[in-house]
Write a protein that binds this ligand. Structure first.
Ligand SMILES: C[S@@+](CC[C@H](N)C(=O)[O-])C[C@H]1O[C@@H](n2cnc3c(N)ncnc32)[C@H](O)[C@@H]1O
Length: 350
């Protein structure tokens, strides 16, 4: 990174574990400077590797709040040899557990719940268990649920599903599904996707790696038809619940791999203007998915939402090889105070 670090002002970290737990890297500088730094790191990486003109870069979109935004924490509960129970984060690259009683990037409801979580988890931990991985989550309405001890402990009843509202629609998710960790920034990213392209009356929208259907549902009114593709069964269950809750008859869900289902959908949609959003896991796209996207001649626009600048850079190189050109790159700060950065890329046919 070419920005000299001495130009940054230093501030007192909010968390006493800053520098120890390994989760946050930027609590010691003002949020505005963190944004400048993240933007510069991304620009440097992508420019160096992809030879992009500077006009493609848009300013980083900040998170509405820089603390108390995470709707999920993953904690470890461990029984020590002396019988003491500790709950906290495993320190990266070690077998050491850092006891945690508060985490200022997690939502306040989660922080308030941590003492109850520890008491309940200790009570539930079977005598012969030494370690349990706990998941604790909260929705817009502030209800907190946790799981991680015992089979099916992450399963939720339909009436308990968490929800957040995006574009006036409730999107339901659960303890056992992927869902974005910072709910406060979701309206911003959906508005950006909506505003970048010209949606026609007959536009078809593909929500690939769709999880519980966040983008397909938020953008459902923009498209004549929507297809979601997702391989995780638990997420597909929630996607079906979401679609049926909103009675979206023009939204179809395909369970399975993007690289398997995409060719058949594109053949069916040959004659239609078609837009796709890909939001793969951290590792990025499989080689076969790149090839399918290269052959997808009917696709007019492709949005790539990535949580890993490294795999994004690699995939953009491959996508350029198969005919996709970068139009815009917009970083979104989904994870203030941490090194992580989400990036939205808009691509069109070259
Ligand atoms: C980063 S999440 C995005 C989910 C969703 N777009 C959202 O914002 O909530 C990636 C999703 O891709 C799914 N997935 C991973 N590999 C896949 C594949 N080859 N085909 C289909 N889905 C896949 C995962 O189960 C996960 O739900």
């Amino acid at each position: 990174m070419s920005i000299p670090t001495e130009i940054f002002t230093s501030v007192k970290p909010l968390c006493p574990l800053f520098g120890t737990c390994g989760g946050c890297q930027y609590q010691d500088i003002p949020y505005e400077e963190e944004l400048i730094r993240k933007e510069a790191i991304l620009k440097e990486l992508l420019t160096k590797e992809l030879n992009l003109p500077k006009e493609v870069f848009e300013s980083i979109m900040p998170s509405p709040g820089s603390y108390y935004y995470r709707n999920r924490l993953d904690l470890t509960l461990r029984k020590r040899n002396n019988g003491e129970r500790q709950m906290g984060f495993m320190l990266p690259g070690t077998q050491r557990l850092q006891e945690v009683t508060a985490c200022p990037i997690a939502r306040r409801e989660i922080n308030d719940f941590l003492p109850v979580l520890k008491a309940e988890a200790v009570r539930k931990l079977p005598e012969d268990y030494r370690v349990a991985n706990l998941v604790v989550r909260v929705g817009d309405e502030g209800r907190v649920f946790w799981g991680g001890i015992g089979r099916r402990s992450l399963r939720m009843k339909e009436e308990d599903y968490f929800w957040t509202t995006v574009k006036g629609r409730k999107i339901f998710y659960a303890l056992d599904t992927f869902f974005q960790a910072n709910l406060s920034i979701l309206e911003r990213i959906v508005a950006k996707i909506e505003g970048l392209i010209d949606w026609r009356k007959d536009t078809a929208f593909l929500d690939l790696y769709s999880g519980v259907g966040l983008f397909g549902i938020a953008l459902a009114d923009r498209a004549k038809e929507v297809v979601m593709i997702e391989e995780c069964r638990d997420s597909v269950t929630l996607a079906r619940f979401n679609v049926s809750h909103h009675r979206l008859a023009h939204v179809k869900i395909l369970e399975g791999k993007v690289e398997t289902h995409l060719p058949e959908v594109l053949t069916e949609w040959r004659a239609r203007p078609c837009v796709a959003l890909i939001d793969p896991p951290r590792g990025g796209l499989a080689g076969s998915a790149i090839e399918v996207l290269g052959e997808a001649k009917g696709l007019e626009s492709l949005f790539y939402l990535s949580c890993s600048p490294e795999s994004l850079t690699r995939d953009l190189k491959h996508l350029a090889r198969v005919g996709w050109q970068v139009r815009k790159i917009i970083p979104f700060d989904f994870f203030p105070r941490t090194r992580h950065l989400e990036t939205l890329v808009w691509l069109a046919r070259s």
